[in-house]
Write a protein that binds this ligand. Sequence first.
Ligand code: ATP
Ligand code: MG
Length: 234
Amino acid sequence: RPGELRTPLATVLGFVETLRGPARDDEEARDRFLGIMYQQSLRMKQLIEDLLSLSRIELREHTPPTGQVDLGRVLSSVAEGLEFQAGEKSMTLVVEVPADLPPAVGDSDELVQVFQNLVSNAIKYGRAGTAVTIAAARARRGPVTMPQATRDFCLEVRVADHGEGIAPEHLPRLTERFYRVDTARSRQLGGTGLGLAIVKHILNRHQGALTIGSTIGEGSCFSVFLPIRRRDAV
Ligand code: ATP
Ligand code: MG
């Protein structure tokens, strides 16, 4: 979607031209236009960062990570980082990780990104005053979309919100770049529409999977499946 970058850039250029020409001596217009230019520039910066991060992940997509990741640590640090954002909507973040959970096979920075995106969506689209639960557990079997090699005995992390939910016709397209259920609102909330595309590519690289369940009026649950080492399988 070339317009995603072109539109804010055209806006900024248009205001620069106006400020150099017709509005040169108009102080009130200058303040207002600078405000808009600043917002649009921030938006472009975020978009460029997300696009670069997506292409970095795509470059490595066929070399799966081999590290061992303690999900308890990853999830607590993600929750801690988003505590303030949740507090602004009087929401609570509940992390549930069994003490004997084996490590995931993965890249901890990339997994932090996955859960940051999912939990920040849950906060963004969840109802004020509700809780977001982030629960990890062993899974006997991953979904059919997970590679055969990693599917038996794996880990599942559910990120569940109480929000407006997503209509079923949107679910298959949600991880497409720039796909949004409500474009205007997502923009207003500062979204680029790349968060779930990044999640999906990271999970592909991990030989994991993402499944999405949602009920209109109740909320959504995003499940992340990740591989474990063979010796941790029971
Ligand atoms: P950003 O790139 O900043 O994350 P975004 O949140 O709009 O922007 P995605 O995270 O990719 O983009 O999500 C895509 C769309 O899926 C959102 O615009 C929203 O319509 C929908 N969505 C995602 N998570 C939820 C959720 N937990 N509840 C309801 N709708 C959601
Ligand atoms: Mg998002």
